[in-house]
Structure formats: C-alpha cells, structure tokens
Design a protein around this ligand. Structure first.
Ligand code: ADP
Ligand code: MG
Length: 703
C-alpha cells in the first residue's frame, strides 16, 4: 500500500485561505478584507500593509523566498515575474524579509511584451497588475524554491484590460447586477448572485522519451505526421477502463498537488481515445475556477514530467482518434444558496426558473456566434463539427422534462404538468430500485442542460476558460437586463413574467435541439432554422467587435470597443503565428528527418536490388517497392517545397491581421494534407526501424 494521504489536512495547505486570514489578521482588518472580498470597494493602504505582512509571514514560514503577481495575459497561459522579499542590505550587512501593502496591491510589468492587439506599443509600455482579492494567494514550489503567487488582473496604463481576468470579473459584476434586479421582482434580496463553473479537463499522457523525439509534439502540441495505428478507439475499451498503474501513480500525485493548491479535484477516469484521460474538480466561481483551471493545466504538465510522461493539452494531438475538450458546467446561484438554474420538483410552476431559462435561451440564440467565437482556437478547429465534439453550430439541449414544459408554454402560454423521473428497475431481484433523473443526457449538444446547470461542451482543452465564461455571463446579463426593463414596469408582474417567458420561448425555440448534433440532418435542419454555422476560428473572429456586440459589452461595462477590437487582432495574430509554426515544423520534419530517412532506406533497397541482380535474381518485388517509395518521396519533396513557397508569401499579408490569418487558414493550413499524405504513406511501407520518429502505435499504445 502506498503512503496514506490525509486529504483533510493537506487540502489548501498551500493557500492563504480565509481561515488562515482569520487566524492571522486582527479582527478589524479581517472584517475589512471580507467586506471587500464580498462587496468590492477600496481597501485602505493600512489594511493592505497588515494583510501583506501576514501573507508574507505565512509564506516565509512555509519556505517562500519570493512573491509574484500571477496573471493571465492574452497568451492563453499564466505569467509570473519573481521578486524576493529581501530589503536592501542594512549598514550591518543584514537583510530583512518584507512585503508591503503597495507591493501586494499593485505591480508594474512591462505591458508591451505581451499580446495587446495594438493597445500597447513598445514605446508606451506601462502596465499594471492589480491584486484580485477574491482569488486566494497560494504557494508554488518549483526548482527555484517556493514562490508566493498572488492572482492579479493586468491592465495597461491607459486602463484597458490586457488579460483574461479583468473582463471576466467585470462580467461577473454584470450578471450579479442584472440577476439581482430579476430576483427583486420575485421578492428576493440576496446579497449577491455568482456565476460558477466546473470545468472537466481532458488530456493525453504519452511517454516522455517518445514525446521528446517528436518535433511536432514539442513545438506545436500535435502530430503533424503519422499514419493511423492498426487499432484506434473502435473497441470502446479505453473509456472508463481500468487505469494503468503508471497512470494511477500520476493521478495520485496530481490529486495531491491539486488538493494542496485548494483545487477540489474530484473525478478522474480514462477517456475515449487511447492514452486519453479526464479530471474534473468541484465547481467554483467563474473567476476562481478559471484561475484554478490554469493552475491545473500547469500542474498536469509538471506532474506528468515527474512521472515520465508528457501531458498533451492540445485539442487534437492525433488524427483519427478523439481530441480533447473542456466541458464547462455553468450555473448562477445566490449567496443564499439558491441555484437559479435548478428547475426544482415542479418546473411547470416555477416561474422564476422559467424566466432564467427563457433568458438563457434567448442569450444563446441571439449570441450564438459570440459563444462559438469564445470556444474558437486553431486547435479547436480540428474538433468542432468533426463528429467527436459538438458541431460548430450552437444549439441548446433541454432534455425530455424541460422540452415538454417549454412545449406546453409555447402552445398554451403556461405549463401545467411535468414529466417525472421513472423508477429504475434492473429486472434483477438483488439490485435495489432507485428514482432516475427526469432527463436523459445528450453528448452531442454544444450547450446541454444537465439537471441544474448548463454544460458548454465546445470549449477546447488548452483554452483559458475566461473568455467563454465572460461571454456567457455577459450575454445572460444583457438578456436579464432587457427582461428586468420590461418587468419592472409591469402592473401585474406575474402575468407580465408569464407572457414574457411564453413570448421569448416562442421567439427562440429554434435554438432548442434535442436530437443528434453529430448528424448530417442536423446541419441541414440548422441551416433551415437560420442558425449560424461558423466553420473556423478565423471566420468567427468577425463577430467579436460588431456594432451590436460593442454596444452590449460597453453597456455592461465588460469591454470597450478598443478592447474588443484589440482582442480580435490578438486572435488573428495568434492564429497566423500558430499555423506558421506548424508549417515550419512540417517543413523541418519533412526535410531533415523524413526525406533523409527514406533516402537512406532507398539506398539499402537499391543495394539489395543490385546484389540480387548480380546473383541473377530478378528483384522485381524490390524494384516495385523501390519505385513506389521513390514516387512518394518525390511527391513529398515537391509538396514540402511548395509549402515553403506558400509560407514565404504570407509575409505580404502581415499588415492586415485578418487577411494574414485568413491566408494562413485558407492557403497554408489547407495545404498541410498535401504534405502529410505522401509522408504517412511512406511511413506505412518503409521499414519500421528506419522511420525517424515514434509512430502512432508507439505514442498511443506504449504509455
Ligand atoms: P458529468 O457526469 O458530466 O461528469 P458531474 O455531475 O460530475 O457531471 O459534474 C461535472 C462538473 O460539473 C463538476 O465540475 C461539478 O462540480 C460541476 N457542477 C455540478 N453542479 C454544478 C452547478 N450547479 N454549477 C456549476 N457546476 C456544477
Ligand atoms: Mg459532464
């Protein structure tokens, strides 16, 4: 048996939790911190000084030497710059460890070195990081020691958000404000409404040494070459299968690290594709869960490394088997503990729930393109619409119970009954009966109701979930705002609310789809319904800064026009750069690895042909193989040279971010298959020992 873990003791041991603050801070200071945490507002510098000292003392007691403002620039990953706690040496040569309130609250990284979409120039570089008091500070241990990480927002000197967190926090304020207006009409006045998310994270684990031999995996996160293995996922033997010992050991260490970070790691299992797995923590506020998901992705990689694995977070590391996503389970609930998306036992009578449901459906219908955009990335383009992940078309699944309630409301203006969960009967006398859910699950829907939350299933596995969550929070806030504007004026609130629900459900019923989202019929049906089907990321970016969206984001104080336009530029830029790296990696692998290896093998074959002929043997078979190989080699050489030309021409478009990205999508990316095809065909006929890097078999089945 391995060493016992005392989970209750180690949970959040690396976090400066509210409980630790209560222990270490004077009562008045603690109360001020809690007030700001819950209601916002200014924290006095005197208080900040006391908090900073307590935080530093705790960190130093736990071995910390440095602190960092930990933030999420638009790179998709986190950023940190370490400062030690030491003061300048005193006359006696000694130093002290110190950390002031000012250092806690504000940092000044150079903003011009992060993607800003033009918001910051190299000459106007100032940027600030600002302490996010709602996301607890934590200790991170690495080879450089223990670092106190302080989650922060990152903005430019001119006040524009340069990060993922700022708009997300603003969107949480927006949804809080508008949901409270609606609740007030129902006679409820909770202190706060919070949007929460539980992100289920998929990933691949492959052998580290094999990973290191694949330039494509190292530089781009996905395989750019590789013939399919004889076995894929067709036997369904990986999903929920018994977890191999080596992977179990990894999972155990992962859980331990996550629990120490206060990340409530809950569920783990093998996923559909070979070597694919999933981890899901218990949900938290969209802000804290986003920070935790970033930390989780980092921890996955680190723990993998320690265990002889490489963790692949890319959305599509391998062609031909499933890729990875991140299902975002989203809900909004009050500080009194009421989940506003919980239909309760009698959804037909629950007008408040119906109002929130109608608002969510209207939001999803009106802003399908924005939601689609929020889950867009170069990597996710491989998944969406590819029959392993939701289609690129947004629709909402409600399940039998709610679909029936909605149908009644649409037909009669109200619902009078609802389907109840049946009792499970196994037919075996020894298996106890239980009451089943009133609703089935739908794995093919991008936005599926799952009992008391919506599961946004489109998001990519590498993605920072801030943008999808910010989008969802904002569009729902906007609809709730419109609803409140109408309902606050009504003389008879209940009648007006019922009418509004019925009108809105009728208006937006096209967004509801309970069938198979992977089917070809759905694509046609969706087109008939007029639902957008945005095929790739580059096309989706157009929808970010439309006049209507600018108006909406500005109205709720979530993002300004400049910020939106800048984010679009960052997305185009990112896309072009990623595809450029993929193209260059392809060229390098083809030129320096595949072509030389095949030529060498050809040499061996040619020598054998010569030898056989000298002995008077025809060598027809060898000649045939040699000639096939040579034809394919010529094809690969030609395609590689063409790809080089195509990439070189991209520079002409660089001035215009959209045209640049579009060129990379329509021309560069579109050409990848032409290079890959002859290479993969060669892989299938060349001696396995001669192939220059590990194949799909080795990567996927020799974990
Ligand atoms: P699945 O069966 O799809 O894995 P789970 O019930 O295990 O679904 O939940 C998946 C995720 O949803 C977890 O992160 C869980 O904490 C989260 N979750 C559960 N309830 C809610 C809720 N009310 N709001 C947001 N997330 C939730
Ligand atoms: Mg799920």
């Amino acid at each position: 048996m391995s060493e016992l873990l005392n989970v209750e003791e180690l949970f959040a041991s690396n976090v400066f939790t509210v409980a630790k603050m209560r222990e270490r801070l004077p009562k008045k200071v603690f109360q001020e911190v809690i007030r700001v945490m819950e209601h916002g507002g200014e924290l006095s510098m005197a208080t900040a000084d006391v908090v900073a000292k307590a935080m530093k003392d705790w960190a130093v007691e736990n071995g910390a030497t440095h602190y960092t403002h930990w933030f999420q620039p638009l790179t998709g990953i986190t950023a940190e710059k370490h400062d030690s706690f030491i003061t300048s040496p005193m006359p006696n040569g000694k130093v002290l460890m110190s950390f002031s309130g000012k250092e806690l609250i504000k940092g000044e990284p150079d903003a011009s070195s992060f993607p800003s979409g033009g918001l910051r120039q190299t000459c106007g570089a100032r940027g600030y990081t600002a302490w996010d008091i709602t996301s607890p500070a934590f200790l991170k241990e690495s080879a450089c020691g223990v670092i106190l990480c302080i989650p922060t927002a990152f903005c430019s000197y001119t006040g524009e958000a340069l990060d993922q967190k700022t708009p997300l926090l603003r969107s949480m304020d927006a949804v809080n404000k508008q949901a409270l207006r609606i609740l007030k009409l129902f006679g409820k006045t909770p202190a706060k409404v919070t949007a929460s998310v539980g992100p289920e994270q998929e990933y691949f684990l492959i052998d580290k040494d094999k990973f290191n031999q694949r330039l494509d995996l190292k530089l781009t996160g996905r395989t750019l070459f590789g013939a399919p293995a004889p076995k894929g996922q067709e036997l369904d033997d990986q999903y929920f299968g018994v977890i191999k010992d080596k992977v179990s050991h990894f999972m155990r260490e992962l859980n331990k690290d996550l629990w120490e970070y206060g990340i409530p790691a809950k569920t783990q299992h093998n996923e559909v594709a070979p070597s694919q797995h999933e981890i899901a923590p218990i949900y938290g506020t969209t802000n804290v869960a986003t920070d935790q998901n970033q930390l989780l992705m980092e921890t996955l990689k680190k723990v993998a490394e320690r265990n002889g694995f490489a963790c692949l977070l890319h959305e599509k590391p391998f062609a031909g088997v499933n890729g990875s996503g991140k299902h975002n389970n989203w809900s909004i609930s009050t500080s009194d503990g009421e989940n506003l998306i919980d239909p309760g036992k009698e959804p037909e009578k629950n007008l408040q729930f119906q109002v929130f449901l109608a608002a969510i459906l209207e939001s999803v219908d009106n802003h399908a393109a924005l939601l689609r955009l929020s889950a867009s990335s170069a990597g996710n383009d491989h998944r969406l619409g590819a029959n392993e992940a939701p289609p690129a078309i947004i629709s909402a699944y409600l399940g039998d119970q709610l679909a029936d309630v909605v149908d009644q409301i649409i037909a009669n203006g109200e619902a009078t009954s609802s389907l109840k969960g049946k009792v499970y009967k196994s037919g075996c006398s020894v298996i106890p009966e239980f009451k089943m859910d009133a609703t089935d699950r739908n794995r093919t829907s991008p936005f599926a109701f799952t009992g008391n939350k919506f599961e946004f299933r489109m998001v990519g596995s590498t993605q920072c979930i801030a943008q999808p969550m910010m989008t969802l929070n904002t569009i729902v806030a906007d609809t709730l705002c419109n609803f409140a504007d109408v309902l606050e004026k009504a003389d008879d609130f209940e009648a007006a609310a019922k009418k509004l629900v019925a009108d809105k459900l009728r208006e937006h019923q096209r967004i509801i789809f309970n069938g198979n989202g992977y089917s070809e019929e759905w694509v046609k049906e969706a087109e008939r319904r007029g639902l957008p089907n945005i095929k790739c990321m580059v096309d989706a970016v157009d929808y970010l800064a439309t006049p209507e969206n600018i108006e909406m984001f500005e109205k709720h104080g979530v993002m300004s026009k400049r910020e939106l336009v800048a984010r679009g530029v960052v997305m185009y830029d990112n896309y072009a750069k990623q595809i450029n790296i993929e193209a260059k990696t392809m060229i390098e692998m083809s030129t320096k690895q595949i072509i030389p290896a095949v030529m060498k093998y050809e040499g061996t074959l040619a020598a054998s042909v010569k030898d056989l002929k000298e002995l008077g043997i025809s060598a027809d078979t060898q000649m045939e193989i040699l000639s096939t190989i040579d034809t394919k080699l010529a094809e690969l050489k030609k395609a590689t040279a063409e790809l080089e030309d195509i990439v070189a021409k991209a520079a002409e478009k660089e001035e215009d971010p959209k045209a640049w990205a579009k060129y990379y999508h329509d021309v560069v990316f579109a050409f990848f298959d032409t290079v890959r095809k002859p290479a993969d065909e060669l892989e299938k006929i060349v001696d396995a020992k001669a192939w220059p890097f590990p194949t799909y078999e080795e990567l996927l089945f020799e974990q």
